[in-house]
Design a protein around this ligand. Structure first.
Ligand SMILES: [Zn+2]
Length: 323
């Protein structure tokens, strides 16, 4: 039996069919890749849009826009250069919004900001915050930095030195301590694993709770706090800690202070702020301190302090004059 020769026309037809199939397959794969690329682009676009809504001051396109608009305003633009990230080895740069107040190279607020290695993402208006790196005082602390909003600083100043001015003139008697709650925001920094805390609002407690060597948080104080916290809920402010004065007796957490902190301020980001409100030769600038949780169950206290306390007069000068 002999094999009939195949007509060349069939070979051509089969060849054309194979080529057509290959071309078709190629086109299908290509179009799928294209739609995947389109999807990816859309995802990136949406993500970028969401991020811009959340953190309007970061990102490239908008940062350029902000720089242009701030240049148009004739206002300087602060850029903070972060040090090399040990984990990624990438040097990051974060742009902050332009300050309304005039900032010079020597201004203390700017030099303070330059000490903050990783600015928190929740602060968008850097000029409104006085940064306090706690590493100045504490070797170990759950909170690495505190940022006081100018409204909070102004309210504390008013409360201590205006509203209760009479108390400070009781030279012959023991001056009672006064204080209140601090509301703000906290964020655990992804680089350091430590909290960064903003103090946005101060809620004072009433005088019935004042004592010469201690303050207490009565039921009136808590219900006032509840109302205020409700009021600021929309802004995402939560209880960050408490403030009280130590008129003339220096800064430290007394036994009652420790009890208050251990009972009501257990979160790792909770802080105790103290201000010595009685001016003297030993206390010309109203020293101010921030006590934090060192680690689980252990508080930082005066004996572990590295350097001098913060001067309240520096904070006051900053919120009044922006320097
Ligand atoms: Zn105290």
């Amino acid at each position: 039996m002999s094999i009939a020769p195949i007509d060349p026309i069939y070979i051509i037809i089969i060849g054309v069919l194979i080529l057509t199939l290959a071309a078709f397959t190629f086109l299908v794969i290509k179009s799928k890749a294209k739609s995947r690329q389109k999807e990816k682009e859309e995802f990136v676009r949406n993500f970028e849009q969401k991020r811009q809504q959340q953190f309007p001051d970061t990102g490239n396109a908008d940062a350029a826009g902000a720089a242009a608009s701030s240049a148009a305003d004739g206002r300087p633009k602060i850029t903070i250069n972060k040090t090399k990230d040990a984990a990624s080895g990438i040097k990051e740069t974060s742009s902050l919004p332009a300050p309304k107040r005039e900032v010079t190279a020597s201004s203390s607020a700017e030099s303070r900001w330059s000490k903050i290695q990783y600015p928190p993402t929740f602060i968008h208006d850097a000029e409104k915050y006085f940064p306090i790196p706690l590493s100045d005082w504490w070797r170990e602390s759950q909170v690495s930095d505190i940022f006081i909003h100018d409204a909070c600083a102004a309210r504390i100043d008013e409360f201590v030195f205006n509203d209760n001015n009479l108390l400070l003139n009781m030279r012959n008697a023991e001056i009672p301590e006064i204080g209140g709650f601090l509301l703000g925001k906290a964020e655990k920094n992804q680089h350091t694993g430590k909290y960064q805390v903003s103090l946005e609002r101060f809620v004072n407690i009433e005088s019935e709770d004042f004592g010469v060597y201690q303050i207490s948080f009565g039921s009136k104080a808590w219900s006032k706090l509840e109302k205020q916290t409700g009021y600021y809920e929309d802004e995402g402010y939560k209880l960050m800690g408490w403030f009280h004065t130590h008129p003339g007796h220096g800064l430290f957490l007394s036994r009652p202070d420790q009890n208050i902190h251990q009972t009501w301020f257990k979160e790792p980001y909770h802080i105790a702020m103290e201000l010595d409100s009685l001016q003297s030769d030993n206390n010309p600038h109203f020293q101010t301190g921030f006590f934090t949780w060192k680690n689980q169950g252990v508080l930082n206290n005066a004996e572990g302090k590295k350097t001098d306390w913060l001067r309240w007069t520096d904070v006051r000068r900053w919120y009044k004059h922006g320097a």
